[in-house]
Each structure stands twice: as C-alpha cells, then as structure tokens.
Design a protein around this ligand. Structure first.
Ligand code: EPU
Length: 299
C-alpha cells in the first residue's frame, strides 16, 4: 500500500498501524508473507478507518483469529484489519452481547460463569466471534446458527446495520456474511439458564475430546476439508493411507488426518501442494472429491 496513505491512516486513527508485518505471526499455521496491518482501537476507530478506505478506494481484508487461514508466501497487497481490540462482553439476562474480536473460548467461559448454557461447544474453538459467524463455526453438535440472535455490521460506506436470525442464511460452515463486504462488529447470543456445574462438565468433556483427537500442539489451521455429506474427511483420508504424507515441512497429521501440521518451516506452497495430493489420494481411493474448508488468502 502507498506510504502516504498509510501515514494518513496512522494520523487519523488511534489503533496501531504496522507496515510490512509478517502474517505468519498472525496465523495458527505460522505461515504467510507480509501485509500492512491496522488494529483499530474500538468500533468508532474502525468506522473512521472504513470511511477513509471507502473514500480512497483502498481494498482491505478482515482477519479474525487466524486459526482457519492459509496466507500465501507472498502475503497480500490489501490492507489487513484485525479487530482484536473490539473485545467487549456484556450479559443482558439470558442474552450475551460480544464484540467481533472476542475469542470464543473466552465467551464460552463468560457464559458458563453466568450459568448460561448454549456456548459449551465453542470452548475449544480458537476463533474470533466475527470469524466464527462468517464460517458458522461448530463442534460436537453445536454451531453458531443455534445460538446467534443478532449481528451488527458496518457497511463499506461506514454505516451501521443490524441483522436478525432470518437474514443469516446459515448452513454447514457457511453464512450470508461469507459473501458480504460488510464488517461484523458485534453479535448477540440467545442462551438459556442452566446449572453451572453441568455447563462446566460439558465444556470439559468437549475440550478433552478435542485434545484426544486433534493435533493441538503443532501449528495447524483446523480442519482442512469440509466433511462430505454423512461422512468424515478425516476418516476418508485415513483409510486412503494419507496420514503422515509430507511436502516439505507440511504433513498430514498422524493424529487426525483432516489436519495438516507445520512441523517446522512449511511454506504455503508446501501446504497447497499437499492439499492437492490428498485430494487426488482420496479421489482415487473412494471417488469422493474433497472440498477445502480452510480459507486461502492470496493476491
Ligand atoms: N477419523 C478417522 N481417522 C482420522 C480422523 C477421524 O478414522 O484421522 C474418524 C473418527 O474416528 C470418527 C470420524 O472420523 O469416527 C469423525 O472424526 P471426528 O470426531 O474427529 O470429527 P470430524 O468429523 O473429523 C468435525 C469437525 C471439527 C470438529 C469435530 C468435533 C469438520 C470438517 N470438522 O471433525 O471441526 O472439531 O467434528 O465436533 O466439520 C474445523 O471445522 O476446523 C474442525 C476441526
């Protein structure tokens, strides 16, 4: 991005601006080239930024928590905006209001402390609220679609907008917001009162299952492929013999075959090559065409 424009952004917003920041530091995969980044201080700061970017016709991307993302080795030319400073949570009776940058495990713990049930499934999902809504993140039978009540966005012109249940258009790992150019700034969840110990037990059970079945100790981007209808991508890759397959330092996890782990200094092109190899392997073995779940950022 042009230096003068970045200087204007620096002087007009409160949040931090980083020039040529390595996105590998922002992704769970620990992979990705550089981009210019802005971390708006709050919702107003974000609005000022979005209005400026619209006036100047500067393109941008919103980064969630970087846990379901593969960034190209060349980085991206668009400005990257991270909303981690939009981190407020408010309890209103049985409803929970959260800003887009709140992390799901934090939100799930807040709900459980208030004896509110519905977000137990989210305790181990390393997503931001905004990213989880876009992807309709889910686990262990729960997903965002089941608990989300309202979503607040800022449009490309900097106007505030509010959406309710009938607008979300949720399906498996998909939502209205995936193809929208609006920025999610906050959400409201409808939960139910329940016994605190039971909520905690459920959360602990889900966290235990996740730890037992997923390779959480190595950098990864969650499940790489969507599950085909009535089957599991992990099972299909496993029976095809894909576990342990490698390109460079990118390896199909030996613990869960739908995860690719970065065993050292894997590049995005290693991962992309491995993804193609896994797809070919599964297609030749079972005739199933796997589709990526992981988001890819490249120019
Ligand atoms: N399986 C194998 N080999 C493997 C992996 C799995 O045989 O290497 C078998 C398991 O034994 C089980 C079945 O496949 O019988 C399903 O596996 P698992 O319970 O681990 O669930 P999954 O279908 O692989 C889905 C979600 C996960 C979510 C878990 C738990 C997708 C693509 N994956 O995984 O979500 O955490 O259920 O609910 O929907 C993600 O979206 O990034 C993600 C990790």
């Amino acid at each position: 991005m042009r230096k003068e424009k970045l200087e204007v952004i620096k002087s007009s917003i409160e949040g931090e601006v980083l020039v040529g920041h390595p996105l590998a530091k922002e992704t769970y995969f620990r992979i990705g080239g550089q981009a210019d980044m802005v971390f708006p201080a709050d919702r107003d700061d974000l609005r000022v930024l979005i209005e400026f970017l619209a006036e100047e016709e500067i393109e941008y991307r919103i980064l969630g928590n970087g846990s379901n993302l593969l960034v190209s080795d060349q980085g991206v030319s668009e400005l990257v905006i991270k909303l981690n400073n939009l981190d407020q949570i408010e309890i209103m009776g049985q409803n929970l209001k959260a800003s887009a940058g709140v992390k799901l495990p934090v939100l799930a713990r807040k709900a459980s402390a208030a004896a509110l049930s519905g977000l137990e499934f989210a305790a181990g999902i390393p997503a931001s609220v905004g990213g989880a809504i876009v992807m309709n993140a889910g686990a262990y039978g729960g997903d965002m679609a089941q608990v989300l009540k309202r979503v607040e966005t800022i449009t490309v012109e900097g106007k505030e907008k509010s959406y309710t249940t009938q607008d979300f258009n949720f399906s498996y790992r998909d939502s209205y917001f995936k193809d929208s150019d609006e920025v999610i700034v906050g959400a409201e969840f409808a939960l139910t009162e329940a016994n605190k110990e039971e909520i905690e037990e459920k959360m602990a059970e889900f966290l235990g299952k996740r730890k037992a079945s997923q390779p959480l100790s190595l950098p990864n981007a969650g499940c790489i492929f969507k599950n085909p209808k009535d089957d599991s991508a992990g099972r299909l890759i496993d029976v095809a013999g894909g576990k342990g397959m490698k390109v460079g330092d990118a390896m199909v996890s030996k613990k869960h075959a739908n995860f690719i782990v970065n065993t050292g200094s894997a590049t995005a092109s290693d991962v992309l090559e491995l993804i193609e190899k896994v797809k070919d392997l599964v297609y030749n073995d079972s005739g199933v065409k796997l589709e990526e779940e992981v988001n890819l950022w490249e120019d």
